[in-house]
Design a protein around this ligand. Structure first.
Ligand code: NAP
Ligand code: HSE
Length: 430
């Protein structure tokens, strides 16, 4: 029997526990795939007293990453601690001490990717990060390897399982936002700080990584226009439903002249389309390549086992040498010059305004939109509830540019008849 490969698992939370579980449950299958057994030599956690869903022998469990980085028997480290520090320092330590690294930490890569990849190159090591984007969906390998023949034109997807879980539960059974977020946390979908999920940060960081692989440029994630779930409520979901749409947090990147048009935020997607039918913690990514045409990927984007599936595949790739080849040939995260980023492209938009219910208001508001060259496709206004003087007014526009609608919404919100900040969502019909 071939000598086992000994690995370190740094972080034994949702993902780390899943990795140990998969390595144990599927040991003989993984041995065939890797050509030798893969065993966990040491695991690192923060709190030794915490109860774990998988058992690690006490002599193999510690709180110091040095027990992995200084152990000459260990050649691969699964870095499954979230956040920026100490994850960054730990990763650098592991690489400099000769470990190949597999990670699921997209925040770390989106923030410090170029530095970490440079450290890996200098140390002659690799970093594999399939699990960092879209959980179990093999989208990193698809773009970096399988679609290498293509000039990628666009990437569009649902990249955050937690926010998709929240939206679909709110839309399907009228659940309350806070209650569903608590379920997503209990299921292990959410980040340690769930603000990252619901304010669009997590999806934006994933989009930045995909854009790098697809377009070969480094996009600082903070430059990507981002909107969170905070504007979404039951009233808006009901209007969307009435118009034949669902609301999904869509991450979009496409080539536009010399810039990349990128945005992340709640979007109306037509019922029956693949994005609208992506529910719960599922993610979806559609990629358009010049040779292959449109492709669609769908699968669980968060949670213990789907994410462990991607991490363990990366560990196998590292053991057999595939990760090193991909790392070298794709030159991942080597680009130094940031790509110029513009906002989203042209589309129809839905505006939800809260206005005083009196004569002349509609004419005044359509006049404001008209001055920006925005044409109206349809309007919905229902009877105000309980004789309220304020009423929601929903306007669906024809296709217009992102800059024009932004100016128009600013102008609309200055009108005396408008009683609250207007919600503005792009609309996708395909
Ligand atoms: P988690 O459940 O919070 O687990 C984090 C683990 O790191 C815990 O075991 C924790 O130890 C350990 N840890 C934290 N700080 C440490 C320190 N200073 N020293 C040693 N250990 C430390 O997080 P997770 O959900 O598994 O996520 C891990 C990474 O995977 C994150 O980057 C996340 O974004 C990414 N990811 C998560 C998912 C998912 O569905 N959860 C999917 C894809 C990617 P204790 O257990 O002792 O607290
Ligand atoms: N918190 C992330 C999500 C985990 O909900 O999608 C997967 O990256």
């Amino acid at each position: 029997m071939a000598e086992p490969i000994r690995i370190g698992v740094v972080g034994m939370g949702t993902v780390g526990s899943g990795v140990v579980r998969v390595l144990e449950q599927s040991a003989s299958h993984i041995e065939r795939q890797a050509g030798r057994p893969i065993v966990v030599e040491h695991a690192v956690v923060r709190d030794l007293g915490k109860s774990r869903s998988v058992a690690v022998a006490p002599e193999r469990l510690g709180t110091d990453v040095v027990a992995v980085s200084d152990n000459p028997a260990i050649s691969v480290a699964a870095m499954l601690v979230g956040g920026l520090e100490p994850a960054r320092t730990m990763t650098i330590d592991l690489l400099r001490k000769g470990k190949d690294v597999v990670t699921a930490n997209k925040a770390l890569l989106a923030e410090h990717g170029p530095e970490l990849f440079e450290v890996a190159r200098e140390a002659g090591r690799s970093i594999a990060f399939e699990a960092a984007v879209a959980g179990g969906i093999p989208i990193v390998a698809a773009i970096a390897e399988c679609l290498a023949a293509n000039r990628i034109e666009s990437i569009r997807g649902i990249l955050n399982g937690t926010s998709n879980f929240i939206l679909t539960r709110m839309e399907e059974d009228g659940s309350n936002y806070a209650d569903v977020l608590a379920i997503a946390q209990a299921e292990g979908y959410a980040e340690a700080d769930p603000t990252m999920d619901v304010d669009g940060t997590d999806a934006t960081q994933k989009l930045a990584l995909l854009a790098h692989l697809a377009f070969g440029v480094w996009v600082p994630w903070k430059q990507i226009p981002r909107v969170g779930l905070e504007t979404i409520d039951q009233e808006l979901l009901k209007f969307a439903d009435e118009l034949g749409y669902r609301v999904r947090v869509v991450a979009d990147a496409s080539r536009a002249d010399v810039t990349l048009a990128m945005r992340v935020g709640p979007t109306l997607v037509r019922k029956g389309t693949p994005l609208a039918e992506t529910r719960g913690a599922f993610n979806a990514v559609s990629v358009v390549g010049d040779a292959v045409g449109p492709m669609f990927f769908h699968g669980l984007g968060a949670g213990e086992m789907p994410t462990a599936s991607a991490v363990v595949a990366d560990i196998i790739d590292t053991v057999v040498g595939r990760a090193a080849i991909t790392f070298r040939t794709t030159g991942v995260l080597a680009a130094e010059n940031p790509a110029p980023v513009s906002g989203g492209g042209s589309s129809p938009y839905l505006l939800r305004l809260q206005v005083t219910d009196q004569p002349g208001v509609l004419a005044e508001l359509t006049g404001v939109l008209g001055r920006e060259g925005i044409s109206i496709a349809s309007v919905i206004q229902h009877q105000p509830a309980g004789g309220s003087a304020t009423v929601p007014l929903v306007i669906m526009t024809h296709s217009c540019g992102a800059a024009a609608i932004e100016r128009a919404v600013t102008a609309v919100d200055r009108q005396a008849s408008v009683q609250a900040t207007t919600t503005c969502l792009p609309v996708l019909d395909d």
